[in-house]
Design a protein around this ligand. Sequence first.
Ligand code: ADP
Ligand code: MG
Length: 655
Amino acid sequence: MPIRVLSQSLINKIAAGEVIERPASVVKELMENAIDAGATRVDVAVEQGGLEMIRVVDNGGGIPSEELPLALASHATSKLTDVDDLFRVGTLGFRGEALASIAEISRMVLSSRTPDSDGGAELETVGGRVGEVAPCGRPVGTSVEVHNLFFNTPVRRKFLKTTQTEFGHVAEAFTRIALAMPRVHFTLRHNEKLAFELTTSDGWLDRIARFFGRELADQLIWVENADGEIGVSGYVAHPSQSRSHNRMQYFFLNGRHIRDRALQHALSESYRGIMMTGRYPIAFMALRMPPEDVDVNVHPTKLEVRFQDSGRIYGQLLSTLRNKFLTTDLDTRVRTEGTDFGSETGPGFAATDERSAASAAATNQTAQWRQQLVDWAKGRVESWDRPDGGGAEAVAFGPRREDGGSALNSMPLRLNPLARSARFSPENPQDQTADDAPSFAENNVETGGVPTGEEFARIDSGSTFRQPSALQIHNRYLVTESEEGVMVIDQHALHERILYEHLRNRIDAGALETQSLLVPEPIDLSAGDSAVALEYADLLAELGLKIEPFGGDTILISSYPAMLANFRPADLLREVLDKIQAGGKRPERRDLLDELLHMIACKAAIKAGDRLTTDEIQSLLEQRHLVEDSHHCPHGRPTALIFTRDELDKQFKRV
Ligand code: ADP
Ligand code: MG
């Protein structure tokens, strides 16, 4: 094919492909233009997530009527005059391609009026074809209305998500600009309903609260530092408030929202040692520096920038935060980690009495749940149909040993000598390291894992199936005899699997136990999260998490899975939403449900470190067959390891 110069229309479409990915990109570009025009008020309205219509109205300086066609021409801008300007950009826009790009792929009406003209003028474009400038009556400022975005680029249109998801992106774009510009009055409407109204009387913190909730905002810590011309200031969250993703890390450079890996890294570094690994800090940081010290022309949507001295800004952010943490008494505000809310959720605050009451209630709930588990298992065992005496006995200790020895006697006799043999190991003296052997026995004593003589006496007098069927060691493993040898069970992993199977069966039968809240709980989410929550409301309901919209980005939770009685519904919902969005792409329904069941099971299960009673141990083992019989293939970590008798014999040089 010969080389050809592309038509302007094609050039614009290509540019549009880079700049305009979805309705939210249009919202971003139009809002930026309004800010650049000096507007003090910007009203954004979208219909159907922006798929139908996007309108941005401002009260800025306007465009003279004779320049309207120019504003739509590509590479036409009023913001740069020479090359030097490119290296000291003081405006949000400068490339002159946004309006041209949007006009190319939609029907667009641009209307404007400058302060010194008597009336306004408007210009309509359809798919890049520019109409005639016509006079119109309007106040000073500019309005851009975009209909049928991507109507002539069907491939792009196909990639768009649901209305709710697209609106989530729109709201995120709106959030970023509104957070960067606290002195501008903004509104956002979706399908004629007011989603946000942000007045200028509020401070930055109020704005953060409007978007992310009072609870979060009230706990933020102010940080500030200036080093010559470079200033760093903003709010960071207490280390006990974290997220499983980094979307709550907002960086603003000279009033522009940016994303920067180095800054994110500096943030994480500053929290190192005071935040659990795998968690991400929350931050709203504003950076100031001379425009010539940063290149904003490295990314089509200007989301990324290049610092002339990135090491300096990295160091300054890190040291500012580090110093703040060192001089702040963080402890007084934190709950102890890994208690009732589970270390995997990340601890919440215990700032109020209300919360400590909640935590006490949660402890009770845990005890109750455990008791239920025990009762349930007992019920099963009692009604147990044992045609061949199989089932749980395969894992319970002793009753079917070939030597016919009594299970009751065998327990202490078999296990205690095992512990002792590690110390003496007469047949294998070289294994007798002073460190290993005593620690095994001593830890057992310390943690109380080995049943005491008294306990055994108590058990002896009980019914047959109250025998301790396994030994709990280090409060995390259960050691028991299996047909083949010795089995070591991971108590958390096993319980998690059992609960998972239980949940799966219940869901398949459409009967998951849920707990209704007496008073539905409102939670403030980010706009993106609330959109996702509503989009997945049906799936969440299947999990027992019933939600409904409650105005703005507040969601009302009315029930939650009964198994998670000791979690705060709000924390649970947030985590579920993180999970849904974790992969980036839209998850398959089945996979997602499965993943969420795993998450619930994991949270509800006893933890490593939990001391179990004999009943609980028994109960766990009795339910083990549920896992073994299951048709769902097990995934994740193993629940048990087996050391075969042959292997033991070999190790002890008996063969
Ligand atoms: P850029 O913002 O990069 O200059 P755009 O395509 O977004 O490019 O806009 C082109 C030009 O149109 C701007 O340089 C500006 O002069 C004018 N313009 C666009 N939107 C507005 C607005 N809301 N108010 C005043 N002028 C505007
Ligand atoms: Mg622009």
